[in-house]
Ligand binder design. Structure first.
Ligand code: SF4
Ligand code: SF4
Length: 242
């Protein structure tokens, strides 16, 4: 096993001041367990301080470092150099911003705009159901929780939306749709009709082609397509109100 790799990054750049786009090539020696966020930082420190990219927690919990590497949307903070070499079978990596929102600069996209889809589905409890144990915290039956607990790992990185072939065609997108489905499965939510209306609207689940690309790329290993498939099968249409 090598300790260092000579890698080449071909990064999509965009300068908003001059409205100029270009691909810039960086060649560097990178330690095998450096993450791609570390590599970007090394580029900033050693080669080019002007390269702009995004990250916050650097522990796969905030979703802000989502980029495309050789066409695959992923979290840069999760991708080790040695894993990238093994996964893609090359030391040359094309790095581009994700496509779910306009680019602000280089690898940074307008996440506020991407979030509009999630905000639209109201990913919170709209109307709280009556607590069966008033005065205590609402306790969810573990069997109910099991049905959707995986989805609560979502960090809204939009990798699934980037991979989704339907995302640009008026579809709310996999993570937004899943966020609403979770609240439909949540016994604490009373407002089901409003959710169903949007879910089965023109922007809703029937836009999904069941390609499962969303599940394939999700860095939190959530089977996003499973939740969408439940809704497409009409699972929630017949559920009684709680
Ligand atoms: S479902 Fe997965 S890929 Fe999609 S936004 Fe959530 S964490 Fe990211
Ligand atoms: S399964 Fe549906 S939501 Fe997921 S990527 Fe494919 S078309 Fe998009």
């Amino acid at each position: 096993m090598k300790n260092k790799y000579n890698i080449t990054l071909k990064i999509d750049r965009y300068d908003p001041d001059n409205k100029r786009s270009w691909v810039q090539t960086y060649e560097l020696e990178a330690g095998r367990i450096l993450r791609f966020t570390d590599v970007f930082r090394e580029i900033n420190n050693e080669i080019d301080p002007s390269l702009a990219w995004n990250s916050s927690c650097v522990h796969a919990q905030c979703g802000t470092c989502a980029v495309r590497v050789n066409g695959k949307p992923l979290l840069a903070c999760e991708l080790l150099v040695e894993n990238a070499v093994a996964h893609f079978g090359t030391t040359v990596f094309e790095v581009a911003p994700i496509t779910v929102a306009p680019v602000i600069r280089d690898l940074i996209v307008d996440f506020e705009q991407a979030y509009e889809r999630v905000t639209k589905v109201k990913p919170y409890i709209i109307e709280p159901a009556q607590n069966p144990n008033p005065g205590n915290e609402y306790q969810i039956d573990p069997r109910d929780l099991d049905r959707y607990v995986d989805a609560t790992r979502c960090v809204n990185c939009f990798c699934c939306a980037d991979a989704c072939i339907s995302s640009e065609k008026g579809f709310l997108g996999p993570n937004a749709v899943m966020a609403s489905i979770v609240r439909l499965m949540d016994p604490r939510e009373n407002s089901k009709d409003e959710r169903l209306e949007l879910l089965y609207s023109e922007e809703g689940v029937y836009r999904c082609h069941s390609s499962m690309a969303c599940s394939f790329v999700c860095p939190k290993e959530i089977d996003v397509a499973h939740f969408i498939a439940l809704a497409k099968a009409g699972k929630f249409k017949s559920e009684p109100k709680t």
